[in-house]
Design a protein around this ligand. Sequence first.
Ligand SMILES: [Zn+2]
Length: 182
Amino acid sequence: MARVTTQKTKTDRKCSMCGDLIPIGAEYRKTKPFRQTPRVACARCSNKASFAETNPKKRTVLEAQEAADDCISEAVVIEDLCAAVDSLCESAQDVKSEWEEQAENIPENFEEKRTEAEGAAEALESWIFDLESASCDIGEMQEEYDGIPEEKDGSDEDARTREDVVNDARDKAAEAVYALDM
Ligand SMILES: [Zn+2]
């Protein structure tokens, strides 16, 4: 994690994360990871874990998780939830390949670095499996959804609604997003 400072801006700035304008006088957070370009965040983005993460691969994963989380909260149909999980899974696969490539290129005498890269690739592999199985389970919930009439007829108060099914699917998706143990 890089050091993060909070200050009030004297010029208009742009948030490195969402691209929004940070107007003069507004509070923003700044981080300057070693050998990387400084990043600034608006109040809304500065609490995101990806902001202060200095490892580019870990940051890619965090950003993909945050994007998936947003899609999952906004999803209204099961298809949207599957799409969010699938797209996160693709990002995870890309980052896993990058860690594997890095592990292969670490010289023999840097055992510790190699173990770290291999461990990260393995953690991602197991997460990818979780994401794939969650996407599959969520897809199967479509059948229950389709079996429920759009309008509740009121005869059975306790009957599950389409909304209940989508919310269960949402919980499952959200759980898979954060199932990564790295
Ligand atoms: Zn922002």
